[in-house]
Design a protein around this ligand. Structure first.
Ligand SMILES: NC(=O)c1ccc[n+]([C@@H]2O[C@H](COP(=O)([O-])OP(=O)(O)OC[C@H]3O[C@@H](n4cnc5c(N)ncnc54)[C@H](OP(=O)(O)O)[C@@H]3O)[C@@H](O)[C@H]2O)c1
Length: 268
């Protein structure tokens, strides 16, 4: 997605993949600065280590607790998080809706991406949020943090992954976000009870895979519910990174076409 974007904007640069061992993020960033890199995207498992490796952490990245984008300006390293803002933009594009107007259920709220989506949602004015996670003990600290992050009082509830508990909350939410890694593999067990989605639901699966729709997307299709998958988030996150690096609007359609081509060639 980034190489077509660079090409579309006539920028003489290249986007490459670099593998960095855990514990070496700061050292790697130092080398990127020396080598004249403009920016970097950071993915699992380095997003937390990156927070301590940059010179300046953007306020939102601080609140979201992770850095996934690095911009290098005059030899100085600036850290950003595009998970949260990318989520807001992709919800708007996919459903024509603002998060502040929706009752939201986040499944996997205890993970890095789920936590970012939860914090971003309350910061964006969501007033009704249900947090679900396999490891229930991760939810208490998150609820406390969300209360501290927002001066207004959002209604925050927690939920287990038990079918009856999920079904009860699904009846009272608009947007359902899968922020777990369930669905990355075709053989993963279904996350939602069968038949629990309704046509009025908006279904957002952060997982993206090139081997066909995930179980949640299939269930949404079956129910006639609007849905979006992780490709949409990837696109908008990428666009926000591009804006941090080049201080100009991202060529969204060139990036979307690049993603689709990459997906097709990987699936082939
Ligand atoms: N589209 C995008 O651009 C984008 C961006 C970010 C992330 N993602 C996707 O979002 C997903 C989560 O990423 P992450 O960075 O948040 O990972 P993470 O920090 O490792 O969190 C994983 C989450 O999945 C839950 N989980 C794992 N296996 C499970 C299972 N069998 N049953 C129920 N819950 C399970 C974990 O629950 P526990 O707390 O109980 O372990 C945790 O909540 C991944 O699929 C990733 O690819 C997509």
């Amino acid at each position: 997605m980034h190489n077509p974007a660079l090409q579309a904007c006539g920028i003489d640069a290249q986007y490459v993949r670099v593998q960095v061992p855990v514990g070496s993020v700061k050292e790697a960033f130092g080398l990127f600065v020396k080598q004249g890199f403009i920016g970097v995207n950071i993915t699992i498992p380095h997003k937390f280590e990156a927070l301590d490796a940059v010179d300046v952490v953007d306020q939102l990245a601080q609140q979201l607790g992770a850095v996934n984008t690095l911009a290098i300006r005059d030899g100085k390293m600036f850290g950003y998080n595009t998970d949260g803002p990318g989520f807001l933009r992709s919800v708007k594009e996919a459903f024509g809706a603002e998060i502040k107007d929706l009752r939201v259920l986040i499944i996997g709220a205890g993970g890095g991406a789920g936590r970012a989506v939860a914090v971003q949602s309350v910061l964006a004015g969501c007033r009704d949020l249900v947090l679900a996670n396999r490891t229930a003990s991760k939810l208490g600290p998150l609820v406390k943090e969300l209360r501290e992050a927002t001066p207004w009082q959002a209604r925050l509830q927690t939920c287990s992954l038990e079918s009856h508990d999920l079904a009860e909350h699904l009846a009272n939410v608009d947007l359902i976000v899968n922020a777990t890694s369930v669905g990355m593999k075709a053989e993963d067990a279904p996350l939602l009870p069968a038949g629990s989605l309704e046509s009025r639901h908006l279904v957002y699966d952060m997982v993206y895979r090139t081997t066909g729709p995930t179980d949640i997307i299939q269930q949404a299709n079956f129910a006639g519910a609007k849905h979006a998958d992780g490709m949409c988030l990837l696109l908008h996150q990428g666009a926000i990174s591009f804006e941090h690096w080049f201080d100009q609007p991202a060529p969204l359609e060139a990036m979307r076409a690049g993603l689709l081509t990459a997906g097709d060639s990987r699936a082939a």
